[in-house]
Design a binder for this molecule. Structure first.
Ligand SMILES: [Ca+2]
Length: 207
C-alpha cells in the first residue's frame, strides 16, 4: 500500500515532458525507411516518432539515425503526419525525408527535411514551409532533370469551369531554401493528366 502511495506521489510529481530535444519517450509511428540522409555513405534508418505527452510543437519528430527534427503541426485540426518517402531533392549529397502533414485531408502539404552540418533541418519553399503534394485540383511537387531544381504545380478551377487555372513554378535549392526561378500560368482542360505522385521523378527514392 505504501509502495502504491509512493509511486502515485512520484507520478504526480513528475512533470510532463517538454520540447527538450530528447528522444526518450517517443515511439516509432508507421514504417521505417532506409537511405543515406547525411551523405556519409552509410545507410540511415529514418522514422517518424510520436510522444503524445509532449506539447503539440514537438509531439512528432522525424529521426535519421541519431539526428532529429520536430514536425510542427499544421494550424488546423485533423492532421496526423506520416513519413512518406526519402528522395534526392536538393542536389546535395544525401536523401531528404519527406513527411506528409495531413494525409487524410484533401489538401496534402508536405515537409521536406535535410541534413545540414550534423543537424536535421526543415527546408523552405520560397517564403513558406509547405511543399504541395496533392489537392482536389492538380497539385504536385516533383524533381526536374536538373539536380537541386524542383517544379511545383498548383491550380484552381478557371472561370470557365471546364478548365483549370494552373501555375507551374520552378525552384532551385540554395542553402536551406528553394528559391523560385520561374513561374508560368496556363489553362488546362479539366480531366487532363497534369500531376501524379509527389516527387515521382526524384532519384534514390525509398518509400
Ligand atoms: Ca540531397
Amino acid at each position: 500500500m505504501l509502495l502504491v502511495a509512493v509511486a502515485a506521489a512520484l507520478l504526480a510529481a513528475s512533470p510532463a515532458p517538454r520540447c527538450d530535444g530528447e528522444l526518450a519517450g517517443y515511439h516509432v509511428k508507421g514504417k521505417a525507411l532506409h537511405g543515406d540522409v547525411d551523405g556519409d555513405g552509410r545507410t540511415d534508418r529514418v522514422t517518424l516518432r510520436v510522444d503524445r505527452r509532449r506539447p503539440r510543437a514537438c509531439r512528432h519528430v522525424v529521426v535519421a539515425r541519431r539526428i532529429a527534427a520536430p514536425v510542427r503541426p499544421l494550424p488546423w485540426p485533423g492532421t496526423a503526419p506520416r513519413l512518406l518517402l526519402l528522395a534526392e531533392i536538393d542536389g546535395r549529397a544525401g536523401v531528404e525525408p519527406v513527411v506528409t502533414l495531413s494525409p487524410a485531408n484533401v489538401y496534402r502539404p508536405g515537409a521536406v527535411f535535410a541534413a545540414r552540418r550534423g543537424k536535421l533541418v526543415r527546408l523552405r519553399l520560397g517564403r513558406g514551409h509547405l511543399f504541395p503534394l496533392d489537392d482536389e485540383f492538380p497539385t504536385e511537387t516533383d524533381c526536374t532533370g536538373d539536380p537541386g531544381e524542383i517544379e511545383v504545380i498548383t491550380s484552381q478551377v478557371a472561370e470557365d469551369d471546364s478548365y483549370w487555372d494552373v501555375t507551374r513554378s520552378r525552384y532551385r535549392s540554395r542553402g536551406r531554401r528553394f528559391r523560385r526561378v520561374s513561374r508560368e500560368h496556363f489553362q488546362s482542360p479539366v480531366g487532363t493528366e497534369l500531376t501524379g505522385k509527389a516527387f515521382r521523378s526524384c532519384s534514390s527514392r525509398a518509400q
